[in-house]
Write a protein that binds this ligand. Structure first.
Ligand SMILES: *Cc1c(COP(=O)(O)O)cnc(C)c1O
Length: 384
C-alpha cells in the first residue's frame, strides 16, 4: 500500500508535472513576475468558471478577507458576525481592522454558522456577516441573505474551503460558492481544493464599484501609478503561482469529484457503525449525490461520540494514518479573542464539536486500499 498522506500534493503534481513546469519556466523566461499575463489569464478563467463579474487575485486568503472588509469601508466599532468554529483568519482580520468580532455558534450537523444565533447577535452596530463555507459545504445562504437584506448588512463569504461547490437556493437557482454574497474571499494555499505552490488568494464580487475600489487597495491604494487615493496594502498573486493555477483550474471539477468519490467510500464503510457520525450534506440532496457539487469535501470530518476521539488520534498516528482535529479550540476561548462579552453557554455546539471531530485523509489521490485500511482501523478502534 502507498504511504497514506493527509494531503497528497506530490501524487497530484506527477499528473500535471510537464504542463506546470513549462508554464512556470515561461514566467521565469519572461521575467513578468508581478502582474504578468498569467495573472490576468487566471483571473479571466476563474471569472468564467465561477460565473462572477470580478475576480481580484491577491497574496493569500487572509489578505483577501481583510481587503474585502477594507473595500466595503467597514470602520472601527462596526460589528462583524462570524462563526466560532473555524480557522482563526476570519476573526483575525476583523480584529486587525479594529472592527468588533461577534462570534456565534454553529449547526451541529453541517458545522456551519447557525442562523438563529446570527439573528440573536444583531445590534444597531452590526455591519456585516461572514459565513465560512466550512469543510467544503456552503452555509445556509438563503437565510443569511434574507437576514442581511432585512437589516441592511453586507455578506462576505469566506470561501477558502469550498471553491467549486454549488449552492442551490430554495427557488432552484444554482450559484457557485463565493458568488452569492456582496463579496467573497478564497485561498489558494497548497492544501486547499484549488491550491498553488505557495501562498495565493482572491476576492470575488459582482459589484463594479467595489471591484474597482478593491483593485486599488491590493496595490497600495493606487488607481494611477504613484497616486495613492486610499490606504492600501501590497497583496498580489505571483505570476508563478498564477501559472500553476492556470494548469490546475481546468482540473478543479475532477479534483472535487475525486474528493466526493473518496467521501462516498468513507460514508459507505461507516454506514450504521455506532459512535461514528459521518458528515451531513444539506442542500438539495440528502446524501452525497453522484452528479452535483453541493459539498466538495475540503475535509472529511467525523464525529466520534463515545469519548474516544483523542485516543483515536493517537491510535491512527501509531498506525501511520495521518489525521487532524479541525478545530481543537473554539475561537471565543482562544487567548487572542477572549472577551467578557461572550458567555460560554452560548457556544454549546462548538464546545461539543471540539471534543468529537476528527478529519481523515482527504485528497485527490486516495485509493481503495488506503480507504479500506483507514476505515477498518477507525471502526475496530472506536468500537473495540
Ligand atoms: C485557509 C483559510 C483561510 C486563510 O487562507 P490563507 O491563504 O492561508 O491566508 C481563511 N479562512 C479559512 C476558512 C481557511 O480555511
Amino acid at each position: 500500500m502507498k504511504k497514506i498522506q493527509m494531503v497528497d500534493l506530490k501524487g497530484q503534481y506527477e499528473e500535471i508535472k510537464e504542463t506546470v513546469n513549462s508554464s512556470v519556466l515561461e514566467v521565469i523566461d519572461s521575467t513578468a513576475f508581478i502582474n504578468g499575463p498569467k495573472v490576468h489569464e487566471f483571473q479571466k478563467h476563474l471569472e468564467d468558471y465561477l460565473g462572477v463579474k470580478h475576480v481580484i487575485p491577491c497574496g493569500n486568503g487572509t489578505d483577501a478577507l481583510q481587503i474585502a472588509m477594507m473595500g466595503l469601508g467597514l470602520k472601527p466599532g462596526d460589528e462583524v458576525i462570524t462563526a466560532d468554529f473555524t480557522f482563526a483568519a476570519t476573526v483575525e482580520v476583523i480584529a486587525l481592522l479594529g472592527l468588533t468580532p461577534v462570534l456565534v455558534d454553529v449547526e451541529p450537523d453541517t458545522f456551519n454558522i447557525d442562523i438563529e444565533a446570527i439573528k440573536k447577535a444583531i445590534t444597531p452596530n452590526t455591519k456585516a456577516i461572514v459565513p465560512v463555507h466550512l469543510f467544503g459545504q456552503c452555509a445556509n445562504m438563503d437565510a443569511i441573505m434574507a437576514i442581511a437584506k432585512e437589516h441592511n448588512l453586507y455578506v462576505i463569504e469566506d470561501n477558502a474551503q469550498a471553491i467549486g461547490a454549488t449552492y442551490t437556493s430554495k427557488d432552484g437557482t444554482k450559484q457557485k460558492a463565493g458568488t452569492i454574497g456582496h463579496v467573497a474571499s478564497t485561498s489558494f494555499f497548497p492544501s486547499k481544493n484549488l491550491g498553488c505552490y505557495g501562498d495565493g488568494g482572491a476576492i470575488f464580487t459582482n459589484d463594479d464599484d467595489l471591484a474597482h475600489t478593491i483593485r486599488g487597495i491590493v496595490n497600495h491604494g493606487m488607481y494611477r501609478r504613484y497616486y495613492h487615493d486610499v490606504v492600501g496594502v501590497n497583496s498580489r498573486l505571483d505570476s508563478i503561482q498564477a501559472a500553476v493555477l492556470n494548469t490546475k483550474l481546468p482540473k478543479l471539477n475532477s479534483y472535487n469529484k475525486a474528493r466526493q468519490d473518496a467521501s462516498r467510500k468513507y460514508n459507505d464503510a461507516f454506514k450504521g457503525v455506532k459512535n461514528i457520525i459521518t458528515p451531513v450534506t444539506k442542500q438539495s440532496c440528502d446524501s452525497i449525490c453522484a452528479d452535483c457539487d453541493c459539498h466538495v469535501f475540503h475535509q472529511y470530518t467525523l464525529k466520534i461520540t463515545n469519548g474516544k476521539r483523542d485516543a483515536l488520534v493517537e491510535h491512527l498516528n501509531s498506525n501511520n494514518i495521518p489525521c487532524g482535529v479541525y478545530y481543537p479550540v473554539p475561537l471565543h476561548s482562544q487567548k487572542a479573542y477572549q472577551d467578557s462579552r461572550y458567555n460560554d453557554e452560548d457556544f454549546t455546539v462548538t464546545n461539543q464539536l471540539i471534543k468529537e471531530v476528527i478529519s481523515l485523509p482527504m485528497h485527490t489521490e486516495l485509493d481503495d486500499e488506503q480507504i479500506a485500511f483507514i476505515t477498518t482501523t477507525v471502526i475496530n478502534f472506536v468500537n473495540g
